[in-house]
Design a binder for this molecule. Structure first.
Ligand SMILES: Nc1ncnc2c1ncn2[C@@H]1O[C@H](COP(=O)(O)OP(=O)(O)OP(=O)(O)O)[C@@H](O)[C@H]1O
Length: 273
């Protein structure tokens, strides 16, 4: 078991995992009479790949939405970088360094790949419309910097050949990669990926897995992902939280979770009291 008090540790493959960056404390989220999340606590460490898994309707997306600020839980606290996070809108959360992708692709279909990725930098843009009009030089310089950053991401994710292509013309797997690129353009410290491989074939899944690990490695980005493909989850993740019917039923390394009887039961469909 991990000692959550220690500052960090080295993984078996030599990656440095840092201290806790985000902590969810006794989170309860209700939709009317439905308790989607029931008193769940867990933490996310700097630099790790943290998965949230569980059967359909377990509450995974709801939890992701709590982290991204889309939902405010009725009970519990989100502690980010040591401070309790106040209620805030998702765009404010994004400004604190948390970016996300969606379960269903949410790109601007009519716009080019390049322009879609550029929208990911909105939160980082300093010069607004007025200063662009009044102080063109500075705005132009800033625009150049944003374009250069976007080009680096395009190279990194190997999508140079489609940079001018409208998103609507891309196959599904590439759209998912463009979504990843747009989220990365925000230069997040924590990247939330909601089913990044859903609907992909084996080859596309392998590519996406490689890119996720490369992002984690190259930029030190902390990754939180929801994924149904167990092979992928166990390969990619440092630690896994398991949810079932809104409760946390497991939390640990892939090996620990694999051997957890409650987790095995949930996946085999054993009924609970
Ligand atoms: N906006 C909402 N309004 C009402 N109920 C909701 C809402 N969002 C989620 N729920 C309910 O909360 C529970 C958890 O849903 P959630 O989508 O978080 O699960 P999930 O684990 O992500 O499922 P899946 O794997 O199918 O995406 C479900 O019972 C769902 O019907």
């Amino acid at each position: 078991m991990l000692d959550t008090q220690q500052d960090g540790y080295l993984t078996a493959d030599g990656r440095q995992i840092g201290p806790v960056v985000l902590e969810l404390k006794n989170i309860t989220l209700r939709f009317g009479g439905v308790e989607a999340i029931k008193d769940i606590s867990f933490d996310i460490r700097t630099g790790e790949v943290r998965a949230i898994i569980g059967p359909n309707g377990a509450g995974k997306s709801s939890m992701m939405n709590v982290i991204s600020g889309f939902y405010n839980p009725q009970e519990g606290d989100v502690i980010y970088k040591g401070y309790k996070r106040a209620k805030m809108a998702p765009y404010q959360v994004a400004r604190t360094g948390i970016a996300r992708t969606f379960q269903n692709i949410a790109l601007f279909e009519g716009m080019s790949v390049l322009d879609n990725i550029m929208t990911g930098r909105m939160n980082l843009m300093k010069t607004g419309f007025l200063s662009q009009a009044l102080w063109w030089g500075r705005a132009a310089r800033e625009e150049d910097e944003h374009r250069a950053a976007v080009e680096r991401i395009i190279d990194f994710l190997e999508i140079q050949h489609i940079r001018k292509t409208p998103v609507s013309r891309l196959p599904y797997g590439l759209k998912k990669r463009v979504e990843l690129a747009r989220a990365l353009a925000a230069e997040p410290q924590i990247l939330l990926l909601d089913e990044p491989m859903a609907g992909m074939n084996v080859e596309e899944k392998e590519d996406m897995s490689r890119f996720i690990l490369d992002v984690n490695d190259e930029f030190g980005t902390t990754i939180v992902l929801i994924e149904h493909d167990m092979g992928v989850v166990m390969d990619l993740s440092d630690r896994v939280v398991v949810m079932d019917y809104g409760k946390k039923i497991g939390d640990g390394t892939p090996d620990e979770v694999r051997g957890n009887q409650a987790v095995i039961d949930a996946y085999l469909g054993v009924t609970h009291d």
